[in-house]
Design a protein. Structure first.
Length: 295
């Protein structure tokens, strides 16, 4: 397995493409927007530059990594010849189902189809393609080039052989794969998102301010990043989408998103990606905050 196609050039998609390309895989990065592809490639180049400055990689490694990535705006052309397709589009169930229906039409049945979803049912996604045994979840953590964990999610129909291939592949990337079963939120977000939501509720109820809440969790609980800062980094829209999936899937009020989170997303305050969330992110501050994650 050497040819990888990644659908979506956003934060997760370009991070996944970066990681595979740095490990010597041929990567086809696909997005409907040429502008998004240019932005994604610029992000990859900037992150590689930081790694060169840090001494993690050599300058020639940067150029090899970039040369391993080819961009496409046409899905059919982009997935041609791919051994593995990883969908990393926005966390929207209808969008993901539509992408997998298209993949069913253009990919041979031997192609493994993976999704980077952080909460949506793998079984539901697999149901829209022929041979759902080849559909699996690969939930990378953000930022992908830095974070070691990959949640490998088996749908109800996912074949054991496919799971083994993907587990082994994650190890080749220098990651630590953890196999989990297909329930809303899986493991990472089933535990993380209620904590983030409770931190937002704490702010909403005026128990303490943003800085104070994050400081308590960092210094008192040993977390490298406070839950509100982490929510900004993930994207408040993504947090809301995940909570909605879990709330609907479990029918449990403890997963209901805080009204403050709902209103912030409605107002377009999505965190780092929009320039404002629980913290203010001017361009200079944004670059500094992201650089610290890669340092």
């Amino acid at each position: 397995m050497k040819n990888i196609a990644v659908i979506g050039a956003g934060t997760m998609g370009n991070g996944i493409a970066h990681t595979f390309a740095q490990c010597g895989f041929t990567v086809k990065l696909i997005d409907v927007s040429e502008k998004s592809l240019d932005k994604g490639m610029a992000t990859i180049a900037a992150n590689l530059d930081r790694m060169v400055v840090k001494g993690t990689i050599l300058a020639e490694d940067k150029f090899k990594t970039i040369s391993n990535i080819i961009t496409y705006t046409d899905l059919k052309d982009g997935v041609a010849g791919a051994d593995l397709v990883i969908e990393a589009a926005t966390e929207n169930v209808d969008l993901k189902l539509n992408i997998f229906k298209q993949l069913n039409d253009v990919c041979p049945h031997s192609t493994i189809l993976a999704t980077n979803t952080s909460s949506i049912s793998i079984t539901q996604i697999g149901a829209v393609v022929a041979h759902p045994e080849r559909v699996i979840g690969m939930h990378f953590m953000n930022p992908v080039p830095v974070m070691k964990l990959v949640e490998i999610i088996r749908g109800y129909n996912t074949a054991a052989a496919v799971t083994k291939v993907i587990m082994d592949l994650a190890v080749q990337l220098g990651k630590t794969p953890v196999q989990v079963n297909d329930y809303p939120g899986f493991v990472a977000n089933r535990i993380l998102m209620p904590m983030i939501n409770e931190a937002i509720e704490t702010l909403y109820n005026q128990v303490a301010g943003v800085y104070e809440i994050d400081t308590v969790m960092k210094l008192g609980m040993g977390q490298p990043m406070g839950p509100l800062q982490l929510a900004d980094f993930i994207g408040l829209d993504v947090c809301l989408a995940i909570l909605n999936v879990m709330h609907e899937g479990f029918k449990n009020p403890k997963y209901a998103p805080c009204p403050l989170l709902v209103n912030m997303v409605r107002a377009g305050k999505l965190g780092i990606k929009s320039g404002e969330g629980f913290y203010d992110y001017s361009e200079s501050k944004k670059a500094d905050k992201i650089a610290k994650v890669f340092s």
